[in-house]
Design a protein around this ligand. Structure first.
Ligand code: FUL
Length: 492
């Protein structure tokens, strides 16, 4: 009897929903978007995510002393670039479509690239421009006309300053420098708080809460990077490889900046995470972070490998391109970067799914709604998406791309993007070609790229099936691409 009652109320609810849907369609009223699933990205985090590849510039005394970690005892006179030209840095970034550059305003050696009022260990004591130079200013001024945004790195670990190890004095000093950098150089879009610290460094607490609050007070659209956010997290390695899965969410309360044993958690994120803190993959174009005469840039093949494992796994790639001791980005680095950009363009500028027909397991709000499968082929990768019916993550949700041409489809890369503005949802998914499974994987996020392990495949119908999700899946973009650079045998 109770079961009959349940069935009746289920049928009644379903009929009512259909009736309401029919009425609203008749009245020309649109079905609203589904509810988000928390946590959500902030406006600045979304903007950052869409940049995909950004640039790091490690520059300072190390550039001149051929080292990676300066001792702090370097004389400011070693800093003497003969042809520093920040416009060339900006031109190099612009040629690679890069819209954000981050400069090491102060690295672990404590030397400041701007004339800080609070120390003499800076450009003010260097022969460069007779001590009247300001690299941070030249960097910011060169970026603006190119439409490039800027960020700064201010190392908490300072091997030069004598206040370091005197907790209060050093925290005040650091805060004062934050105020200089964030008050005097216009908009700053990202700030890097590096958790690195030598094993024998004095034990001292950093007042992160004060620092972060000050940063947000001075710059409203900035993203704060550290091991644990609050806005962007470290990916847990320096090879530029994110994990699988890779969630934009983590539990911030379970993390301490600079702590040991958290790298896997940072690499993969947490589907149950309480905060939206997406990962950034920092990696250098060369072996070291600073320029060294003896090193040369990585190969295009390695850079593409990094791209697939960072941007292709829901991350932003922070690519370090260090200026040399003349103050310029080396020609071979600039060339490698242009080749990299051209390769990405070759692979992704055309979507082989573009003229295909689309079909899905169901559609939220019915056939006439704004949530149809065709949304995955438009240029909006955030706010237009295919949404299945209902609010339930369960059920067999799929979307299908069917070739309209005799020769069918020929590709070796599949691109999937979630509408992350409403939260990250997909936990597991599969891809089928003509009924045969070719991919079985985990999370998606803003962008997931799959290179097909067997190489180029041909067929008629590609189906993306979402097998597990935190909430009803929302797919904003799908792409089929041909990567001529990728050799799955690894022989080329
Ligand atoms: C590390 C530092 O120790 C390296 O020198 C470099 O700055 C890298 C980006 O972060 O933690």
């Amino acid at each position: 009897m109770a079961e009959m009652g349940h069935r009746f109320s289920f049928i009644f609810t379903l009929t009512l929903l259909h009736f309401l849907h029919f009425c609203s369609a008749k009245l020309g009223v649109s079905t609203p978007p589904p509810l988000p699933i928390l946590p959500l990205p902030s406006f600045s985090q979304l903007k950052w995510q869409q940049r995909e590849v950004i640039m790091f510039l490690h520059f300072g005394p190390n550039t001149f002393t051929d080292s990676e970690w300066g001792t702090g005892r370097e004389s400011p006179t070693v800093f003497n670039p003969t042809a520093l030209d920040a416009a060339q840095w900006a031109a190099t970034a612009a040629a690679a479509n890069i819209s954000l550059m981050i400069l090491t305003a102060k690295h672990h050696d404590g030397f400041c690239l701007w004339p800080s009022k609070y120390t003499t260990h800076s450009v003010s004591r260097s022969p460069w421009k007779n001590g009247h130079g300001d690299v941070v200013k030249e960097f910011v001024d060169a970026a603006a006309p190119r439409g490039i945004d800027v960020g700064v790195y201010l190392s908490p670990w300072d091997r030069h300053d004598r206040r370091y190890s005197h907790e209060l004095a050093y925290n005040e000093y650091y805060l004062a420098q934050l105020q200089e950098l964030l008050n005097n150089y216009g908009n700053v879009r990202e700030i890097w708080f590096d958790g690195a610290k030598g094993k024998n460094a004095p034990n001292m607490s950093y007042y992160f809460s004060d620092w972060f609050a000050m940063v947000k007070e001075l710059q409203s659209s900035i993203n704060i990077f550290s091991d644990a956010g609050p806005d962007i997290r470290w990916v847990g390695d320096e090879n530029g490889f994110a994990g699988t899965p890779c969630w934009s969410t983590i539990n911030r309360s379970s993390l301490a900046i600079g702590a040991e044993g958290i790298t896997q958690y940072l690499n993969e994120g947490d589907p149950e995470g309480t905060h939206w803190v997406p990962p950034e993959c920092d990696v250098s174009i060369r072996n070291g972070w600073f320029w060294h005469k003896s090193e040369s840039p990585k190969s295009l093949k390695t850079l593409l490998e990094i791209y697939y494992n960072s941007v292709g796994r829901n991350c932003v790639l922070l690519f370090n391109v260090p200026p040399n001791s003349t103050g310029l980005i080396a020609q071979e680095d600039a060339h490698t970067l242009t080749q990299f950009k051209a390769a990405i363009h070759t692979i992704f500028s055309s979507n082989l799914a573009q003229n295909c027909s689309l079909r899905a397991s169901s559609q939220r709000g019915g056939k006439e709604s704004a949530f149809g499968p065709e949304n995955v082929l438009d240029n909006d990768h955030l706010w237009t998406y295919w949404a299945p019916r209902g609010a339930d993550a369960g059920g067999d949700h799929w979307i299908e791309i069917r070739s309209q041409q005799k020769q069918g489809l020929r590709f070796n890369v599949v691109r999937i993007q979630e509408a992350i503005g409403l939260g990250q949802r997909i936990k597991r998914h599969e891809i089928y070609l003509d009924g045969k499974r070719i991919v079985e994987e985990s999370s998606v996020g803003y962008k997931r790229l799959h290179r097909i392990k067997s190489g180029v495949v041909c067929g008629e119908v590609v189906r993306v099936r979402i097998t597990e999700a935190r909430a009803v899946p929302l797919i904003s973009s799908l792409g089929l691409h041909l990567d001529p650079f990728w050799d799955p045998t690894g022989l080329s």
